[in-house]
Design a protein around this ligand. Structure first.
Ligand SMILES: *Cc1c(COP(=O)(O)O)cnc(C)c1O
Length: 412
């Protein structure tokens, strides 16, 4: 794509020309297929699944899920996905809806909690209590929805500090949040303790499983020690889980599941004070793409439990190999004790951002965090374990030199 800004095009262009320009414009885009990226794209490395998703997207490219009743096939698929997820999370098969992503699921969670607190307790400006590791989507939702967010420091192991959270709950609190796992460290918060606390104070308890919802159940079945986090835990009132992450769907598919249909009801918006008829919706969007809904349905049915177990096992294999390798490199370590798939690479002595610069130079895209480098693994990463560890060892060995280079060029 041309870099300069363009005026409105006078003439139409040929599809071939545009496709060629589009392809050329992608030259600097992250090449996720080579497994050099560690977030943004979750790659199951399954060509059959990818082909299916393309076919499904094509079939539903133009439909609009604004009105589910106009497209009963989509309504049925959404209900199926919610019921299948409820089976996986031990929840109520009708008490959820799909959304466009984790952020939207979290917005709806905060909105339901706010309205629940207003309705049942008359609290005008409610508050939510979250560990500092909770996703920024909670802060964003509170900002938009006029809810107070109270962020509480976590324990040394990166997990929520239940006592500290208990101490800030007051009569304005509407919701307590835990993550399974949290994004920065990949550790699962003490959900049973958080849910018990929420129950004791008569507030809602949300588990943000946007990242882990479609991975943890299968790791558990593979025998990994996964702490309890789903509806089997009393007091958990809702769960968010992104199908477009470890559910292996393409972007635009998440799920919010409530413990009870009553709570789901508070998610609905209905309006008739305009001349355009009754307008109702279950999520924040109006006009809604249909492809992610159909693709979520097709992906789950295509993989089945066996497929999800196979992919979770590959994530686990890549994760264990990389963590073992990191353990063997002097000066760096993995933060806390994360579940397979997600972790931070940290150091007590090295400048990890300089290590990240060397990794960048070698073509890797490890995200920077305050405390180190962040990785999310997919099955595609099983192929690059040795290369990654080799480059990481080199980067650690030369980080001092790299810091010199940074200084020379003024540290961009
Ligand atoms: C990705 C993520 C979100 C937000 O999801 P989006 O799909 O990016 O909007 C929320 N919570 C956690 C733990 C996540 O990893």
């Amino acid at each position: 794509m041309t870099e300069r800004t363009q005026g409105f095009p006078k003439h139409g262009q040929s599809a071939d020309e545009l496709l060629a320009e589009l392809e050329a414009g992608r030259a600097k885009d992250a090449d996720w297929r080579r497994a050099r990226t560690f977030s943004l794209v979750y790659n199951p490395a399954d060509p059959g699944l990818e082909h299916l998703q393309e076919q499904v997207a094509r079939a539903y490219l133009h439909e609009n899920y604004l009105n589910p009743f106009a497209f009963p096939s989509l309504l049925r698929m959404e209900r199926d996905v919610v019921a299948m997820a409820a089976d996986l999370f031990h929840g109520e098969p009708r008490a959820g809806r799909l959304s466009s992503g984790g952020t939207e699921s979290i917005f709806l969670t905060v909105q339901v909690a706010r309205d629940h607190a207003r309705l049942t307790r008359g609290i005008e400006v409610p508050a939510i209590v979250v560990p500092e590791t909770a996703h920024p989507a909670f802060a964003k939702a509170c900002h938009y929805l006029d809810v107070t967010e109270i962020r509480v420091p976590v324990r040394r192991d990166g997990r929520a500090d239940v006592a500290a959270m208990a101490s800030v709950i007051d009569n304005r609190t509407a919701l307590v949040v835990g993550s399974a796992p949290c994004y920065p460290y990949g550790v699962v918060d003490p959900i049973p303790e958080l849910a018990a606390l929420a129950t004791e104070r008569s507030v809602l308890c949300h588990v943000d499983a946007c990242l882990g919802g479609w991975l943890l159940p299968f790791l558990e079945r593979l025998g990994e020690p996964i702490p309890p986090w789903d509806f089997r835990v009393d007091g958990v009132t809702s769960i968010s889980a992104d199908i477009h992450k470890y559910g292996w769907c393409f972007k635009g598919a998440s799920l919010l599941l409530h413990r009870e249909e009553d709570l789901l009801g508070q998610q609905f918006f209905v309006f008739d004070r305009w001349p355009g008829g009754v307008y109702g919706s279950a999520t924040t969007a109006g006009t809604r793409p249909a492809a992610p809904i159909a693709a979520a349905w097709a992906t789950i049915r295509y993989l089945g439990e066996e497929g999800y177990l196979r992919l979770a096992d590959q994530v686990r294999t890549a994760s264990k190999a990389i963590r073992t390798g990191i353990g063997a490199i002097d000066g760096i370590h993995v933060t806390g004790d994360p579940v397979p798939g997600v972790f931070e690479i940290a150091s007590d002595t090295l400048d990890m951002s300089a290590v990240g610069d060397v990794m960048d130079d070698r073509g890797w895209h490890l995200d920077r965090q305050q405390g180190g480098l962040h990785a999310i693994l997919s099955p595609s990463h099983t192929a690059i374990v040795d290369e990654l560890l080799g480059d990481l060892a080199d980067a650690v060995a030369t980080h001092g030199e790299s810091r010199g280079v940074q200084a020379r060029y003024g540290g961009v």
